[in-house]
Design a protein around this ligand. Structure first.
Ligand code: FMN
Length: 220
């Protein structure tokens, strides 16, 4: 696949088949993603890939915490309200997603269910949790974003679907305890991945993008 096709094909997938990605493919994909550039080549991504029953056990803990009403305590602020056009884009994406799922705006129980599917990795057999060192801030977070896109594009090229999820960073202590990590590992997001279940209504959602006339300023 050439890059144009890969870019067009990659989208967030929120429903997966229970089939695992072969170990050799997993290793190949993560090896290729190591090519991501980073400031001074420090490669600040610390990735933990969790699969199969181990992932289901973690999903259970995350859902339990959410249902018990335990307040999220993310390592990085996750409660910012988006202003202006950013809010418009957020609403548009939500309209597309909930529309595909047939969930009305005021249907709280089903919206809560849709949110909880985040914590169940949308049924994916794998997730990668992306951490960075506790002293790092925005500059290194940029590197993690570039890494994530590199990884997701490589996955797409191998027929593997994914969904980056800030929602997977809401209970970092539970994730760290599950993985045996100390708090110097700060969790910024997770990515669920595996093979798409095309029957899942959420996967019919398509979100658009701003035109370059509105997004890019060319200076001469
Ligand atoms: C850092 C990051 C965090 C995200 N967090 C979530 C999330 O918690 N739950 C979710 O369903 N989608 C999440 N997304 C997916 C975005 O909603 C999605 O990328 C955006 O709407 C564009 O759609 P597309 O990926 O299908 O092109 C996240 C994406 C990124 C890059």
């Amino acid at each position: 696949m050439i890059l144009d096709d890969i870019l067009a094909r990659r989208r967030s997938v929120r429903g997966y088949l229970p089939k695992e990605v072969p170990e050799a493919t997993l290793r190949e994909v993560f090896s290729l993603a190591q090519a991501a550039p980073s400031n001074c080549n420090i490669q600040p991504w610390i990735c933990h890939v969790v699969s199969g029953e181990n992932l289901q056990a973690l999903a259970h803990k995350l859902v339990e915490a959410s249902e018990a009403g335990i307040a999220p305590d993310p390592d990085f602020r996750a409660d910012r309200k988006f202003p202006g056009v950013y809010r418009d884009r957020q609403v548009d994406a939500a309209v597309q997603l909930y529309g595909a799922m047939g969930i009305e705006r005021n249907d709280r129980p089903r919206r809560d269910w849709a949110y909880r599917r985040n914590l169940e990795f949308f049924g994916a057999p794998h997730a990668v949790f992306v951490f960075m060192h506790g002293e790092f801030e925005e500059r290194e977070a940029v590197d993690l974003g570039i890494y994530a896109q590199t990884l997701m594009l490589v996955m797409t090229s191998r027929g593997i679907s994914s969904c980056a999820q800030g929602a997977l960073s809401l209970y970092p202590t539970i994730v760290r305890d599950h993985l045996g990590l100390d708090p110097s590992n700060r969790l910024i997001f997770g990515i669920s991945f595996g093979y798409e279940d095309e029957e899942v209504p959420a996967n019919k959602a398509r979100v658009g993008r701003e035109t370059i006339d509105n997004a890019i300023v060319f200076h001469r």
